[in-house]
Design a protein around this ligand. Sequence first.
Ligand SMILES: *[C@@H]1O[C@H](CO)[C@@H](O)[C@H](O)[C@H]1NC(C)=O
Ligand SMILES: *[C@@H]1O[C@H](CO)[C@@H](O)[C@H](O)[C@H]1NC(C)=O
Ligand SMILES: *[C@@H]1O[C@H](CO)[C@@H](O)[C@H](O)[C@H]1NC(C)=O
Ligand SMILES: *[C@@H]1O[C@H](CO)[C@@H](O)[C@H](O)[C@H]1NC(C)=O
Ligand SMILES: *[C@@H]1O[C@H](CO)[C@@H](O)[C@H](O)[C@H]1NC(C)=O
Length: 465
Amino acid sequence: MMAKGELLAVLLMVLAMLASSGIALRKDELGEAADRIAQLPGQPRVSFQQFSGYVTVDDVAGRALFYWLTEAVHDPISKPLVVWLNGGPGCSSVAYGASEEIGPFRINKTGSSLYLNRFSWNAAANLLFLETPAGVGFSYTNRSSDLFDTGDRRTASDSLEFLVRWMDRFPRYKHRELYLTGESYAGHYVPQLAGEIIKSNAKSRRPLNLKGIMVGNAVTDNYYDSLGTVTYWWSHAMISDKTFHQLVNTCDFHRQKNSEDCESLYSYAMDQEFGNIDQYNIYAPPCNNSVGSITRRIMQLPHRTQKIYRRLSGYDPCTERHAEIYYNRADVQKALHANTTKIPYKWTACSEVLNRNWNDSDVSILPIYRHLITAGLRIWVFSGDVDSVVPVTATRYSLAQLKLRTKIPWYPWYVKNQVGGWTEVYEGLTFATVRGAGHEVPLFKPRAALQLFKSFLRGTPLPKS
Ligand SMILES: *[C@@H]1O[C@H](CO)[C@@H](O)[C@H](O)[C@H]1NC(C)=O
Ligand SMILES: *[C@@H]1O[C@H](CO)[C@@H](O)[C@H](O)[C@H]1NC(C)=O
Ligand SMILES: *[C@@H]1O[C@H](CO)[C@@H](O)[C@H](O)[C@H]1NC(C)=O
Ligand SMILES: *[C@@H]1O[C@H](CO)[C@@H](O)[C@H](O)[C@H]1NC(C)=O
Ligand SMILES: *[C@@H]1O[C@H](CO)[C@@H](O)[C@H](O)[C@H]1NC(C)=O
C-alpha cells in the first residue's frame, strides 16, 4: 500500500501529465476546431470538411479577413491548397467564386437552401476562399478610414499576413503545395500576392510552398487592356467603325484619367451602340431589370474613367441577389462564424465604398509576370472569349508584350469531344481560351473550367483530343 502522501504525489503527477497532454492536443486543434462548420442552413449532406472564420491581419487598426475553406472531397491530405480571389476591386470570393463559380455549393433562387455544384473544384483540391481586402464581404476593419485608402498594396500585404497566420491555425497545410487563382481584378491581386510571398519566403524560416498561379479574364496592363477592349467591341460588331476609330484616335490609353472627349465616346458606345446586353457575356440574355433590380450595383475598374461605371452581373443572369439573401441571414452568419463583431452595414457581393475610393492600382502587372517567370512558378492565364469587359483580345495584347518563346504552338483543346477553347504553351506561361465562356468562366462553362483546373494542377498541357 502506498502512503497517503505518495498516493497524492502520484495522482498529482498523473493529473499534470493529463493536463499537459490535453493542452498540447488542444493547442493544435483549438483554432481549427473553433472554425469548423458543422452544417450550413439548407445544406445537402457532404463528406468533406469545411472551416471558416477570421484571421486578424493588423492588430493596431483591427483588420480581420474572413475565409472559407472547403476541403477536397477525397483524400484532402494529399491534395494541394488553392486560394481563390475575386476582383472588383471590392468584390467577394464568397459571393462569386464560392457560390457561383468553383465552390461546392450553389444557392437556390429563394436563398433558402444550397445545392451541389457537379463541377466543383474541390474534386481536385482544397479550396480557400478569401474575402480581401478588409471591407469586402465579412472582412472588416475597426479603423473606418481604412475603407477610403485601401488599394493594391494593402490588399497584397494583408493577404500575405493572412496566409502566414492562417497556416499557424492549420499546421497540416504549412508545407502543402500552394496555388493562387482568381479572375478579373484579381489579375492584380494574384500576381502581386505571389510576388509578396516570394519576397517574404526569402527571409522566412517557414516559407510558403507556392507552386503556381492561374488567373482568368485578368486585368493585366492598362494600355493594352484598353486597346484590346475597344478592339473586341469593334471585332464583335458591338460598335461602329466610326466610334472605334474615334476611340483609338481620341483616347490616350496610357493615361489613368481620360479627357472629356474620350469619356463621351465611351458613353456614346455604351449608351447608343451596345444596347441592353450583358457585357460579361455578350451572347447571353441580359439581366431582366424588373426581376434583378435589388442589387444592380455599379462597379468600375480603377483604370477606366468615372463615366464608364459598369454593372457587375453574374449569370442566372441576376445572381448576386441569391447570395445577398443567403449570407445576410443570421443563422447562416452564425454557422459560418461570420460577423462576430456586428459589422455596421450589410453583407454585399461587392463594396462600392472600397471600389470608388481605391487608392493605388499598378499600371501594369507585366513586370511582376517577368519576375514570377524567372522565379519558376507555374503560370496559367485563361480567358472566356465572349466577355467584353476584360476580353480575350485585351489579354492577348498584354501577354504579347512578354515576348515569350513558343513551346507548343496554338492548338484547339478538347473537353468531352468538343473544342473547349484554344491554347498555346510558352516558355514560362500557358495561355488558354475557353470557348463561349463569359467573364466568370467556371460559371458559364463549368465542365471546361474543371478540366482546365485539373490540367493546371497536373502541370500538363490541355488535352489535344
Ligand atoms: C474590432 O473591435 C471589436 C469591438 O471592440 C473587437 O471585438 C474585435 O476584436 C476588433 N477586431 C480586431 C481584428 O481587432
Ligand atoms: C429552394 O429550396 C427550398 C427549400 O429546400 C425549396 O422549398 C424551394 O423549392 C427551392 N427553390 C428553388 C427555386 O429551387
Ligand atoms: C422580366 O420579368 C418580368 C417580371 O417577372 C416579366 O413580366 C417579363 O416578361 C420579363 N421580361 C423578359 C424580357 O424576360
Ligand atoms: C452584421 O450583423 C448585424 C446585426 O448584428 C447586421 O445588422 C449587419 O447587417 C451584419 N453585417 C454583415 C456584413 O454581415
Ligand atoms: C496609397 O497610394 C500611394 C501611391 O499611389 C502609396 O504611396 C500609399 O502607400 C498608399 N496608401 C496605402 C494606405 O496603401
